[in-house]
Design a binder for this molecule. Structure first.
Ligand code: GDD
Ligand code: MN
Length: 380
């Protein structure tokens, strides 16, 4: 097999036959296969099986009951199944013209790059197929923001947000990928230093059906960008910062309602501890939940730690101020900062620690684990 063509699909039934027809024609003379990774809720899988029966090239289907990682997760799943190490990824709605496949494959065959990006924003490439003015601006702005945040890794990539590319799967370590949402190429390029070439193409209009892009995907993208750039710790800091603001607001509101200050402070602290835990589960450590202990146990550890921290921090401030003659503001700032790092480490290493495989002695030494955590984020 020369080329495995991976097509993520979500409710694309009316596009399948035309896509397979044009891909078949474009790949004449190549040994190519198409792998649909499908999360549809409609009859797309049935249509894929129908089309596969009389297709001239192998057409395979992976239908997932749980759409983990969305579009990005589908692409990674497809790469696992591919017969060839050379994986071409394209959308199922014909916005990516299959006639470009030979040129992309040919560029890859030269052997001097790991990724070939079909780009709307280089040479005579175009983005005419974007649905409307808003999408044009969203695309331009998000591309500019992304490139500004990764000036080194994306130096030679004008269109890191495209969904049309070829990758040599041996060059990427999918253990480090955290696919979520639409931007799998960005995830690949930001996590691993790769040699990249770009080939311009015309981003066409949809053949049939409608786009699955949404505001929710936009939010996923921003979270992905923050996580890639600053790692988990930045998300942890954002959640902690929101918690601190909420804490102050709750105290203020309760005191205004006539609640005693100490009672208000305790209520606010407990409410924000619980809310922070929920946000961490959802946005910060979501990828580590699977291997960690159960949610009840995670909550108990997190809750106990945060309460203990609150109890221990105030006496330490008191000692620093009265014993060591620090100013109260500096003592508070230093202890809060220290608490932030300790809290992050406790959550990364204890609350969300992978369960030990049975029968094995105490696993990873703490330094190895710290080292692993430290390199999880993208470039610096
Ligand atoms: N398996 C799977 N699971 N496929 C999905 C999912 C999902 O959750 N969500 C969307 N897809 C498939 C769609 O069926 C389509 O084949 C492809 O992913 C792209 O989705 P569209 O709905 O066509 O979105 P788009 O046109 O806005 O986004 C595309 O263009 C962007 C460039 O503007 C994507 O290719 C993006 O990756 C690309 O960056
Ligand atoms: Mn599309």
């Amino acid at each position: 097999m020369d080329l495995s063509i991976i097509v993520p699909t979500y409710n694309e039934a009316p596009n399948i036959r035309e896509l397979v027809r044009r891909v078949t024609r474009a790949t004449e003379g190549m040994r190519a296969e198409i792998i649909f990774v499908d999360d549809s809720r409609d009859d797309t899988p049935a249509e894929i099986l129908r089309v596969a029966q009389d297709a001239a090239i192998p057409v395979r289907l992976l239908h997932r009951d749980v759409a983990s990682g969305g579009l990005g997760g589908a692409v990674v799943a497809g790469m696992h199944l591919a017969e060839s190490d050379t994986c071409l990824v394209m959308d199922g709605d014909l916005q990516h013209p299959p006639e470009k496949i030979p040129e992309l494959a040919e560029r890859m065959r030269r052997g001097d790059v790991d990724v070939v990006v079909a780009s709307r924003y280089t040479g005579d490439g175009t983005a005419h197929g974007l649905a409307d003015r808003t999408r044009v601006w969203v695309s331009r702005l998000s591309t500019a923001l992304t490139r500004a945040m990764f000036p080194v890794r994306l130096r030679s990539v004008a269109d890191p947000m495209t969904g049309y590319f070829v990758v040599d799967r041996r060059a990427i370590d999918d253990e480090t990928l955290n696919p979520r949402g639409f931007k799998i190429l960005l995830e690949i390029l930001a996590r691993t230093p790769l040699r990249v070439a770009e080939v311009p193409f015309d981003f066409a209009g949809r053949f049939a059906g409608e786009s699955k892009a949404s505001l929710r995907q936009g939010m996923h993208f921003l979270v992905q960008l923050a996580a890639l750039r600053f790692g988990k710790m930045s998300l942890f800091a954002i959640v902690g910062g929101l918690g601190a603001i909420a804490n102050v607001l709750i105290v203020w509101a309760l005191v205004r309602l006539g609640v005693n200050y100490v009672v208000a402070a305790v209520i606010a602290a407990e409410v924000t501890i619980v809310a922070n835990f929920l946000l961490m589960e959802r946005f910060v450590f979501q990828d580590m939940k699977g291997q960690a202990s159960r949610v009840g146990s995670r909550f108990a550890k997190s809750f106990a730690f945060n309460n203990a921290e609150a109890l221990v921090r105030l006496p330490i401030v008191a000692v620093l101020v009265s014993g060591w003659h620090w100013s109260a503001a500096i003592a508070t700032a230093v202890t809060l900062l220290a608490a932030f790092f300790v809290r992050f480490l406790f959550h990364a290493l204890v609350v969300y620690a992978p369960k030990r495989p049975q029968g094995r002695a105490l696993s990873t030494p703490i330094l190895d684990e710290l080292d692993r955590q430290a390199v999880l984020p993208g470039e610096l």
